[in-house]
Ligand binder design. Structure first.
Ligand code: ZN
Length: 208
């Protein structure tokens, strides 16, 4: 079974860093592609040339879909294969029936975002809600805590892990030198500690 999504880029006009692919849970639902047990391939095409620019695999499970795709970091020639589970929540509609939502798998301030959203956007290697997407790419106007968090997350993702600080630190990827890995470990730990200290100070302002 194959799928097709138009290569609409909702973000190019808002000045974000990269053109962006998105998934709309309502569209998946309309097409019957949330039924458990399906294996789909979705692709995006360039509006101008009509050529396929990206594709992902989707497996559907009860209450969850798993996105499977290859991602190449901008600083690397190597592709890494990513599997990202995204939970699906259902709510009752006013006029009967149910409508689906994505629970965003992103991490905000070290806490699982889990926002209920209709659309998730490809931000770096992950599909995230609009808020997480903005955090992932926000370069201006962010506080020192955000910057430290971004640093910590970047290191985890560079090692092929999830950006969640709640997860274990990722293991050494195949082919990476131990010295490099150890350096990234201590940089990651430092960024994480910096983030927690700043977050603490920031939250303290409101708790007094
Ligand atoms: Zn989110």
């Amino acid at each position: 079974m194959g799928g097709y999504f138009s290569g609409r880029d909702r973000w190019r006009n808002t000045g974000t860093v990269e053109g962006c692919r998105s998934l709309d849970v309502r569209e998946l639902h309309r097409k019957g592609w949330l039924r458990p047990g399906l294996v789909l391939s979705l692709s995006w095409t360039d509006k101008g040339t009509g050529r396929e620019v990206a594709s992902i695999g989707v497996r559907t499970h009860p209450g969850q879909i798993v996105l499977a795709y290859n991602h190449r970091r901008t600083d690397s020639e190597q592709w890494q294969s990513i599997e990202e589970p995204v939970r699906i929540a259902w709510t009752a509609c006013n006029y009967g029936g149910q409508r689906p939502w994505f629970n965003c798998p992103g991490i905000v301030n070290g806490v699982l975002c889990a926002s209920r959203v209709a659309i998730i956007y490809c931000a770096g290697p992950y599909y995230l809600c609009r808020r997480c997407y903005r955090l992932a790419y926000a370069c201006q106007g962010e506080g020192p805590a955000d910057r430290a968090l971004r640093g910590a997350q970047k290191i985890r993702m560079r090692l092929g892990g999830s950006p969640s600080l709640a997860d274990w630190f990722p293991p050494k990827p195949k082919g990476m030198h131990w010295s490099t890995y150890e350096r990234l470990c201590s940089e990651g730990e430092l960024a994480q500690r910096r983030y927690l200290v700043r977050l603490d100070a920031w939250l303290g302002k409101f708790q007094r």
